[in-house]
Design a protein around this ligand. Structure first.
Ligand code: GDD
Ligand code: GTP
Length: 429
């Protein structure tokens, strides 16, 4: 049998997803009409060998309760459970902590998915490569620009055999533009012993963390420290797949890379939900999903409209628009490349482009809320405008108001703000 784990992190993560994560844990944020984590689960549920799926994270127990309940109905073939870490244990620490639960029923293989990636999840293809090569691990890889590569885990592989020769997490200098997509398939016999050895190496080694200026040997292979929320690195328990396991696997295991040519994006910043929404909608459209609104004079596909939303027939929507539950869109409004969240209202003749409209927000008549397109294939959601770095996507947090005829351009607006004058390139707090 094969099982799957979806890594969701916890409340101390997802800080770059603010202001949207102030009101909802990032994995539950809706893109293309479904929570981010639903897209992972949907992919996993299509693999017929998989019956057991675990969400591992350190959010409160209650966070995923409703999602799990709804999923049981939607994916009857899948038994989904949430396993809560008492604190952040790292991407491999959580797996190891729950090894007894995971290994119950003696699964041979384990998929591990980062919840915060958007891709077509070619799991069958990974499984096929795994079998063909009699692999112990397969990682999903994709090519990005040389400049973008160092923000990710980088893979050096044998182009012929696809064997992983070298893996470095977020390297200082360029080693490869084939990067880690955050989707893995491990043999159960390889992954748990590998984590055990990593833990052993760690406890055997003299700890140098309290002497940051000392000549730390780790620097030979340590990646650049991650700038944001990563002070948990020093905690004893934290074991990370990327830093502590994958490099070693490249040296000692049958470790292969499956390179996807399909779309792939990370969902880190709040703005990155907009390209993710577009990519998932396009995928749904290509596969003939019945959830999407049919094309018409005023619907440019792909567009998702929740059945409870009220969209005036003269409003023009799309492409790449998701309209949430109970949203009201007035006459003559124009919405394009945007996510409009539940209970919000877009009044008549307003225009919303490259934006996210937060829960319960109101956009006044003839108002404009706009961002800018992110260049195709870009892995960043900031752009340079008049020499200044700004958010490409405009975001209104929960319960914001934009006055009639007010123009909001490339702004991020925290919850409960009323915008009564035009604003450009600002964070409104
Ligand atoms: N359960 C649990 N416990 N999950 C965690 C923890 C933890 O302590 N820490 C992180 N995660 C989850 C996050 O929610 C996310 O889904 C995933 O693990 C990876 O998150 P990060 O550790 O923040 O890494 P990253 O996103 O900067 O980089 C990773 O993903 C890239 C692809 O998106 C690395 O795997 C890179 O190599 C990779 O390129
Ligand atoms: P189409 O491609 O046919 O939709 O028209 P277009 O070429 O004008 O492009 P698009 O619809 O993407 O809209 C471009 C700009 O026109 C937007 O930034 C809006 O300012 C404006 N616009 C277009 N249609 C409407 C509308 O029905 N209502 C409002 N308020 N603005 C609109």
């Amino acid at each position: 049998a094969t099982k799957a784990v979806i890594l969701v992190g916890g409340p101390s993560r997802g800080t770059r997803f603010r202001p949207l994560s102030l009101d909802l844990p990032k994995p539950l944020f809706d893109v293309a009409g479904h929570p981010i984590i639903w897209h992972c689960l949907d992919a996993v549920a299509r693999v017929k060998q998989i019956q057991e799926v675990y969400i591992i994270g350190y959010y409160d127990e209650s966070v995923f309760r409703d999602f799990i309940k709804d999923s049981a109905r939607e994916f009857p073939g899948i038994n989904l459970r949430y396993l809560r870490e008492y604190e952040a244990l790292g991407t491999a620490g959580g797996l190891y902590h729950f090894r007894d639960a995971i290994l119950k029923g003696r699964p041979e293989r384990l998929f591990v998915l980062n919840a915060d990636v958007c891709c077509s999840f070619p799991l069958e293809e990974m499984l096929k490569l795994f079998m063909e090569r009699d692999a112990e691990a397969v990682i999903l890889g994709t090519r990005v620009s040389n400049e973008a590569a160092s923000n990710f885990g980088c893979i050096v592989s044998d182009s012929h055999t696809r064997r992983v020769l070298h893996y470095v997490e977020k390297p200082e200098s360029h080693i490869s533009n084939l990067i880690n997509c955050g989707v893995y398939l491990f043999s159960a016999d390889a992954i748990f012993p590998s984590i055990r050895s990593a833990i052993k190496r760690r406890t055997d080694r003299p700890r140098l963390v309290s002497y940051p200026s000392s000549d730390n040997l780790d620097h030979f292979r340590m990646p650049r420290a991650v700038a944001d929320d990563d002070d948990d690195e020093d905690k004893k328990e934290v074991i990370r797949l990327e830093q502590d396991i994958l490099g070693d696997m490249a040296d000692s295991k049958q470790f292969y890379v499956y390179e996807t040519k399909d779309f792939w994006r990370q969902i880190k910043t709040a703005g990155s939900a907009v390209p993710a929404n577009a990519l998932y909608l396009q995928k749904a459209w290509q596969t003939g999903s019945e959830e999407l609104a049919p094309a018409s004079a005023n619907i440019v596909p792909p567009v998702f409209i929740h059945p409870t939303a009220d969209v005036h027939p003269t409003a023009k929507l799309g492409p790449n628009v998701s309209i949430g539950p109970r949203v009201v869109v007035g006459a003559g409004a124009r919405v394009k490349e945007s996510i409009v969240l539940e209970d919000s209202e877009i009044k008549h003749d307003a225009c919303v482009l490259y934006s996210i409209i937060g829960w319960g927000s109101r956009v006044g008549a003839w108002a404009r809320v706009e961002g800018s397109p992110t260049p195709a294939g870009s892995h960043s959601t900031s752009i340079i405008k008049n020499g200044v770095k700004v958010q490409s996507i405009s975001i209104l947090g929960k319960d914001c108001g934009v006055g009639d005829e007010v123009r909001v351009q490339n702004c991020v607006c925290l919850p409960y703000k009323e915008l009564k004058r035009d604003v450009t390139n600002e964070v409104i707090m």
